[in-house]
Design a protein around this ligand. Structure first.
Ligand code: ZN
Ligand code: ZN
Length: 277
């Protein structure tokens, strides 16, 4: 990236790198970014009698220098251009057959000169069938494919011509305001899609972190804990949006079944109580 195009990107306001958390100015975007890709977790060492936070990626203690290197700092779009957003609309009369539908959705993003941008979207229907799976070419030059998480590589996007506007147009053909969207931390997916939609079931809220918001359990953690299923195991190949969408959908189905069973149990217990009187 040349200096001029770098300067065009930035206001003079400094930004925070979403990976290494360093504050950087436009002149420093291509400084090396040393970061930890793994989250911090709490570790209790009974032998030494100490409790500390460590990084899941390399087991380093908190505040230790990053174990991964990138040529650029990266950032999320905290100030998106809402004029580019679309909103799901009321179902048209001729498309009214069939009840409102449920879809599980997951997006993968790359870091570009504009922050984080959509690079893949996957949608499954309520029967777990793949109904939409597209690679998307971001509008701006990619500075980091974020492959470890996104699973996106330069080879994958090589011949892709689909743009976010194409995706938005196609989604509005089958996602309406009464469609239920299922996913994990869906606000990130909807921001990447530049789409407004109100009816969602978000597994990061359905299964809250014991310490409350803003802490969230990861999808990987929830899949292991609740579905007894191991996901996101492709290492440096990154996440698979189909696997993630499926896990989110199965988590919701699991919760619904549990809640129904609980209702039944209560009903039976109440009946027994009434009969005993
Ligand atoms: Zn690390
Ligand atoms: Zn950084």
């Amino acid at each position: 990236m040349d200096k001029e195009s770098t300067e065009n990107l930035f206001s003079k306001e400094p930004r925070d790198c979403s990976r290494c958390h360093k504050t950087f100015s436009y002149a420093e975007v291509s400084q090396s970014c040393l970061y930890h890709p793994g989250p911090l977790y709490f570790k209790r060492d009974k032998l030494k009698g100490i409790r500390e936070f460590r990084y899941a990626c390399c087991c380093a203690v908190q505040d230790m220098k990053g174990c991964r290197f990138s040529n650029y700092h990266v950032w999320e779009n905290s100030n998106p251009d809402y004029s580019e957003f679309v909103c799901t609309e009321k179902r048209l009369l001729e498309k009214q057959e069939g009840a409102c539908r449920v879809f599980a959705l997951d997006c993968e993003m790359c870091y570009t000169r504009k922050g984080s941008e959509l690079a893949r979207i996957t949608i499954l229907d309520e029967f777990e069938n793949l109904v939409y799976d597209k690679l998307v070419l971001p509008a701006e030059e990619i500075i980091d494919y974020n492959t470890e998480f996104s699973g996106i590589t330069s080879e994958l996007l090589e011949n892709v011509t689909v743009r976010i506007e194409d995706v938005q147009r196609e989604l509005l053909e089958f996602i309406f305001s009464d469609t239920i969207l299922v996913g994990h931390s869906l606000e990130n997916d909807l921001l990447a899609l530049k789409m407004c939609h109100e009816l969602v079931i978000d597994t990061s809220i359905l299964f809250p972190h014991p310490h409350g918001q803003p802490k969230k359990k990861s999808l990987k953690h929830l899949a292991e804990e609740i579905l007894k299923k191991s996901i996101q195991n492709r290492g440096s190949f990154g996440h698979d949006s189909k696997e993630d969408a499926l896990a989110a959908f199965q988590l919701v189905m699991h919760k619904l079944k549990e809640d129904l069973l609980e209702e039944k149990r209560k009903e039976i217990a109440n009946k027994k109580k009434a009969n005993a009187k």
